[in-house]
Design a protein around this ligand. Structure first.
Ligand SMILES: Cc1cc2nc3c(=O)[nH]c(=O)nc-3n(C[C@H](O)[C@H](O)[C@H](O)COP(=O)(O)O)c2cc1C
Length: 311
């Protein structure tokens, strides 16, 4: 199964460190790419297109000084609500960003603009309907965001979604959702994915921009401490129970009204109420990205050897 040519020979383990709002920035990206995984960030982690452009320049310069670094990527919200879409896309094209991860919409002009300079567009999907649209739109890869993922998680088990996707799509397929260890990465590949898409594990790393209390909460939490609710951000997403309680809300009695707290200063989704996925249970430390990726690689290869021995 295919890993895109621009990744071949440049990855130490088949992983994308996913784009995370208020978590992934230049250090996260550069250190991921240095360690041999694809580092990414959402354009909206900078407040303006000028700021985004400056980050791209900085990342480009830093990566150019690292021989053999993995390619990097950004996340573009392709939705009418994103007033910066046009300008951020122009900056992306100017800097020839190797990988663009799109969410919330398939817009042919966006895909064409990225492909025009040889960039790849991967689209994240939680169900077959969105996958079919993305394939018809001509994307270069799909990311299956499965149940238990951090952020706007899907509802489908990867055991259900991956085979259905593979039946209609032979291109690059990534899988996300509660992947925290090298053994998990091996399991994703056994299910038919080409690469793993990891978010929550990369919150608790030294180079992430997450506040220390968010990192600590990820380390302390178990899967049962994750609440899947539309009440915080308006769309179903996974949040850390303890951060909901710390904001003065009852995690077991959240208001019916979706996103009721968006404007409330102490109860801001992502900023004060922190997201994480069910993979928190397998996270016990806050290493550097270099240490984490070395460990993931060793665990991944050990899992593959075990599987080969069993066969
Ligand atoms: C704190 C946090 C912020 C996130 N922000 C974004 C984002 O801005 N854009 C995006 O495409 N995905 C975002 N996600 C989702 C991740 O990119 C990814 O789909 C998910 O983390 C994978 O599942 P995992 O967390 O179980 O590894 C976010 C996830 C978390 C935990």
């Amino acid at each position: 199964m295919p890993i895109p040519a621009i990744f071949q020979g440049r990855l130490s383990v088949p992983v994308v460190a996913s784009p995370q709002f208020l978590v992934s920035g230049p250090d996260y990206v550069v250190e991921s790419c240095r360690a041999g995984v694809v580092g990414t960030f959402p354009t909206l982690n900078q407040r303006t297109t000028e700021g985004y452009d400056a980050w791209l320049a900085q990342i480009g310069e830093r990566l150019a000084a690292i021989p053999g670094a993995a390619p990097f990527g950004i996340n573009l919200i392709v939705h009418r609500s994103n007033a910066r879409l046009k300008d951020d896309l122009a900056a992306t094209v100017r800097h020839k960003v190797p990988l663009v991860i799109t969410s919330l919409g398939i817009v042919p002009e966006v895909i064409a603009a990225v492909q025009s300079y040889g960039g790849l567009v991967f689209h994240d999907v939680t169900n077959m309907r969105h996958a079919v649209k993305a394939i018809e739109g001509g994307v270069d890869g799909l990311i299956a965001v499965c149940a238990g993922a951090g952020g706007h998680a899907g509802r489908l088990s990867p055991f259900a979604l991956l085979p259905e996707l593979r039946a209609i799509y032979a291109g690059p397929l990534l899988m996300g959702g509660a992947i925290s260890t090298g053994r998990h990465i091996a399991a994703a590949l056994m299910l038919g994915a080409d690469m793993a898409y990891m978010g929550t594990r990369f919150i608790a790393v030294r180079e992430s921009m997450a506040v220390q209390a968010h990192k600590d909460m990820v380390v302390q939490a178990k899967a049962a401490d994750i609440v899947y609710t539309p009440a915080i951000s308006g769309v179903h997403a996974n949040f850390l129970r303890a951060s909901i309680a710390a904001a003065g809300l009852d995690p077991d009695n959240l208001p019916e009204a979706a996103g009721a707290h968006v404007g409330d200063h102490d109860k801001r989704p992502w900023k004060n109420i922190w997201s994480a996925g069910q993979g928190v249970g397998a996270i016990e430390d806050v290493p550097s990205i270099a240490e984490l990726v070395a460990r993931l690689g060793a665990e991944y290869r050990a899992a593959l050897r075990e599987a080969a021995a069993a066969a």
